[in-house]
Design a protein around this ligand. Structure first.
Ligand code: BGC
Length: 729
């Protein structure tokens, strides 16, 4: 053999031997193989874990990290607060709000209530997808949202986070959000299960809620999250429901979530919502947060205890002790670990690491945030078609108010995102009005709780002076994170101090007064609604709110938002009035299923603005309502001269029943974009669930046969077409 060939032969032989050796090495364990089914990987890993390792997984390792395991290569689940963007993960709000903390910046999307007002399922999925991309770009794996709690009381400090008062709308929006997040391989956490409807004594309050009301009003968004979106994680709430804290409530977690709905993901506690070891694990609560040293430092602070937080109950030593003592079975611990691992494998956490350093606040994300803010805005009043203003002809514009030159992107608390920039209404109006407009600005009144540079009388006089000499006066009012936020409820529905007076005074000085409200819930308007020409409800619109307000005021965007919550004339008109906040740390949900428009309908109360209401710069005609159960179709025509979107709503009115049923309930909606003169058919699909009610006598949903009326309209009190159908089992 020539020497060259011999060398090659030798090389090949060595390579072959080495190759065989390599092949003979122990194969990677099955749980590390992405090609295997998730459940097989879970069981394989579970079988390799020691009891202490398993016990360690039931609580976090830090403020927002689950327990990693270096021996087995189990990563921590890295979480971040939400839902309207990536908030933070470096500690409690007290820590992350401190001036010394380097903020985490991310795109601020509109608050949940604004997304609810868009009634745009596709938009919610897109925004959630964008949020999830930022979660990954920041090196995290899980976002603590969506919030789907029902707006029961107008005063709830966190109304802005959820999607309003209706269980059907909340379910659609929650499902849309979860789908957007999970499609990115990010873990959502639908919260807070269940009935977290007030901040007042949120750690101690015991809510008595009857079974039917739970299933018809407070559960549907969670049920849909589990059964339609297949949600990977559910966060339990702080409060008690029917005598038991939510984190140790077997009716909620074991019976309803796991058994009845078939939930296969994990339940995560709210931060500081656990009060026991045995009862918590046995009820079906899988992961206690926060954990580790961060938890210990926080739990020992006097204010943490004062507020009623509970923590440190599912630490490894406590879980081990509980198993030894027989209060908890090893099988229950295994099941909690199994659920956490199942989600981690499903989300790809073992196979793809989310490294920090990716793009946040990209042009595409900004564009989604702006579209979302545009679609969230609800036009409540437009006398004499003052709006839209014309950029060419409206010369002198006064922009007044405590929310004009400040961007109120969100409400206060764990959901408040810190964006890289935020457009104020003043800047948005300036941009939309164009270079020819003369914009003058005055504060008018200082936001309650903030410092003023001038005495109140001078501020008001300045504002009147600019308003009196302008073509229009735009007064931007509303709340702020310290007035509406997590941890406290509003004391009244009124605007913060001085704002009603400001509006009245400006309206007296300029007949073209337009009020723009930035708030997360209804505010009282009866004092001035009759004196102003237009009212625009902008909610908390995220970082692009200012642009969106400018777009709507000047007609670049035709408003299409509809109220996801009833606006009462006064708080006493709310069906929940008198049943909040309860007494002696107990509240009876005595209004039962008659929350929101269900209550206004039943007691025949005229709201200021009904659920589903919102104006457009064009007009829509409804015709040809047809039912071929389960399909319902209706034609909608844009009879105006501007393109616009209409949110078509379908309500179902049940026949007389052996139980008391609401006058009508939302069971479908569709959002259609129509060019001038264009007609489109909107179709809805009803199902057995749509006609059913929850019968507490049999602990199940029941569909009674009978004649149902389909009501299709532009709001819950603006029904444009009716038709009946016979439901037979
Ligand atoms: C809130 C949750 C939040 C958690 C973590 C709690 O106070 O209720 O919504 O996700 O803190 O910040």
């Amino acid at each position: 053999m020539p020497p060259k060939l011999a060398t090659l032969f030798l090389f090949l032989s060595v390579a072959a031997v080495v190759g065989v050796r390599l092949r003979a090495q122990p194969a990677a364990p099955p749980y590390k193989n992405p090609a295997l089914p998730v459940d097989q990987r879970v069981e394989d890993l579970l079988a390799r874990m020691t009891p202490p390792e398993k016990a360690g997984m039931l609580s976090g390792s830090g403020w927002m990290e689950s327990q990693p395991n270096a021996r087995l290569g189990i990563p921590a689940i890295k979480m971040a607060d939400g839902p309207m963007g990536v908030r933070n993960w470096r500690g409690s709000s007290a820590v992350t709000n401190a001036a010394s903390t380097v903020p985490v910046t991310a795109t601020a999307f509109p608050a949940g209530i604004g997304m609810g007002a868009s009634w745009d399922v596709e938009l919610v999925t897109r925004a959630a997808g964008a949020i999830a991309q930022e979660v990954k770009a920041l090196g995290r794996d899980m976002i603590l949202g969506p919030t789907v709690n029902i707006n029961r009381v107008p005063l709830w400090g966190r109304n802005f986070e959820g999607y309003g008062e209706d269980p059907y709308l909340s379910a659609r929006m929650g499902v849309a959000y979860i789908r957007g997040v999970q499609a990115e391989g990010v873990i959502p956490s639908v919260k807070h299960f269940a009935a977290n409807n007030a901040e007042y004594e949120r750690h101690r309050i015991d809510e008595s809620i009857d079974e039917r009301t739970l299933h018809e009003i407070y559960f549907p968004a969670f049920k849909a999250a589990v059964q339609e979106a297949g949600v990977w994680a559910v966060m339990s709430a702080y409060n008690k429901v029917n005598g038991k804290w939510c984190a140790e409530n077997p009716y909620l977690l074991k019976e309803t979530l796991r058994k009845r709905w078939g939930f296969r993901g994990f339940v995560i506690s709210d931060w500081g919502s656990t009060y026991s070891t045995d009862a918590t694990i046995n009820a079906g609560m899988d992961l206690e947060m926060p954990g580790g040293e961060a938890m210990r430092i926080w739990a020992n602070k006097p204010e943490t205890r004062r507020d009623g937080n509970g923590a440190g109950w599912l630490t490894a030593d406590k879980v081990m002790a509980a198993v030894s003592a027989g209060g908890v079975t090893q099988a229950a611990v295994d099941d909690a670990v199994r659920r956490i691992l199942r989600v981690m494998f499903t989300a790809g956490l073992f196979d793809r690491v989310h490294d920090p350093g990716g793009d946040v606040d990209t042009p595409e994300q900004r564009q989604i945030a702006r579209r979302a803010a545009n679609e969230s805005i609800v036009l409540l009043k437009n006398s004499g078609a003052l709006l839209p203003l014309s950029a060419g002809t409206t010369r002198k514009i006064a922009v007044i108010g405590p929310n004009a030159a400040v961007a109120r992107t969100g409400g206060g608390g764990s959901s408040l995102v810190r964006p890289k920039y935020a457009v104020t209404p003043l800047d948005g109006i300036r941009e939309a009005a164009g270079p020819k407009a003369d914009i003058v600005h005055a504060l008018g009144v200082v936001m309650e709780g903030e410092d003023a540079a001038k005495p109140p009388r001078e501020l008001l006089e300045d504002a009147v002076a600019v308003a009196a000499h302008s073509d229009v006066a735009i007064v931007v009012v509303g709340n702020a994170p310290k007035i509406e936020g997590e941890g406290f409820d509003r004391k009244s529905m009124d605007l913060p101090a001085g704002q009603d007076e400001l509006i009245e005074t400006i309206a007296g000085a300029n007949k073209n007064t337009i009020v723009v409200v930035a708030a997360g819930a209804p505010v009282s308007m009866t004092r001035w609604i009759g004196q102003v020409a237009a009212v625009v409800y902008a909610w908390y619109g995220g970082q692009e709110a200012g642009h969106a307000i400018g777009d709507v005021l000047f007609g670049a965007v035709n408003p299409s938002g509809k109220l996801p919550v009833t606006f009462p004339k006064a708080l006493r008109d709310s069906p929940v009035y008198g049943h909040y906040p309860g007494a002696n740390l107990h509240v009876q949900y005595a209004e039962g299923i008659y929350v929101g428009y269900r209550g206004f309908d039943k007691y025949n109360v005229e709201p200021l603005f009904p659920f589903g209401y919102g104006l457009s710069y064009t007009k829509f005609d409804y015709s040809r309502l047809k039912i071929a159960f389960p399909t319902v179709t209706v034609s909608v025509r844009n009879k105006g001269t501007r393109a616009g979107a209409e949110v078509v709503q379908l309500y179902l009115q049940p026949p007389p029943s052996r139980v008391d049923r609401p006058v009508k309930e939302l069971k479908g909606f569709g959002r259609v974009m129509l060019q001038p003169g264009e007609t489109k058919t909107v179709s809805f699909t009803l199902d057995k669930a749509a006609v059913s009610f929850y019968d507490s006598a049999v602990h199940d949903w029941v569909a009674e046969p009978g004649r149902f009326t389909v009501l299709v309209g532009a709001s819950s009190r603006d029904i444009r077409a009716k038709a009946e159908f016979e439901f037979v089992r």
